[in-house]
Design a binder for this molecule. Structure first.
Ligand code: TMP
Length: 198
């Protein structure tokens, strides 16, 4: 089975809901599982949360997300050594896709630059589920939230989604139609986690 699993997708794609349900299901079947997320709740993570609510320089935002992840990886490594299953709601592909979109007109090939900064400094997941949904539809799902952050605009999320699709060619990625019913999505991911094949 797979041990380190990440959940990716644009805001409102449902990955947080699905990862929680999968965590509950794995726990109820007796698996030792941890559900974690990025940005984290550490001091760096809290600073990142501030960055995304305000108009912080996108380079500062990018470096801080990567720093938060590098620190998070130390904890993930410990859980892996304890043979836990780790479900992580957002990880490296969020930085490549979101900060890749933010830095689009600032440097040449921002995704490659962000990937190179991270290379050999972070862990590679065994499986990454990418929840795909049209930005208009995902935004309609989250309109009722108290406060929308500046990233939550159709034009920006379209760029983010394109980046996600561009970088998810490896067999580690499983693209999933996020408009399917919740129990179907949980079932697809659950079965995939328990199987060895990619
Ligand atoms: P959340 O809604 O999943 O809690 O994530 C908060 C926001 O942070 C979301 O709009 C995506 C953004 N984000 C990035 O821009 N880069 C990253 O590396 C991560 C982990 C999140």
């Amino acid at each position: 089975m797979k041990q380190f699993i990440t959940f990716e997708g644009i805001d409102g794609s449902g990955k947080s809901t699905i990862s929680k349900l999968i965590c509950d299901k794995l726990k109820s079947e007796g698996y030792d599982v941890v559900l974690t997320y990025e940005p984290t709740d550490t001091e760096i993570g809290k600073y990142v949360q501030k960055c995304i609510k305000t108009k912080t320089d996108p380079f500062v935002t990018a470096f801080t997300f990567i720093a938060d992840r590098m620190q998070h990886c130390k904890q993930i490594k410990k859980w892996l050594d304890e043979e836990k299953i780790i479900l992580c709601d957002r990880y490296a592909e969020s930085t490549y896709s979101y900060q890749g979109a933010q830095l689009e007109n600032q440097i040449n090939d921002p995704i490659k630059w962000l990937q190179e900064l991270s290379e050999n400094r972070i862990l590679i997941p065994d499986r990454t589920f990418l929840f795909v949904i049209q930005p208009k539809e995902s935004l309609a799902r989250i309109q009722k939230r108290d406060e929308l952050i500046p990233f939550e605009r159709v034009s920006f999320l379209e760029k983010v989604q394109n980046n996600y699709l561009k970088i998810s060619k490896d067999k580690r990625f499983l693209k999933i139609d996020a408009t399917r019913k919740i129990d179907e999505l949980v079932d697809i991911c659950y079965k995939d986690i328990l199987s060895q094949s990619l």
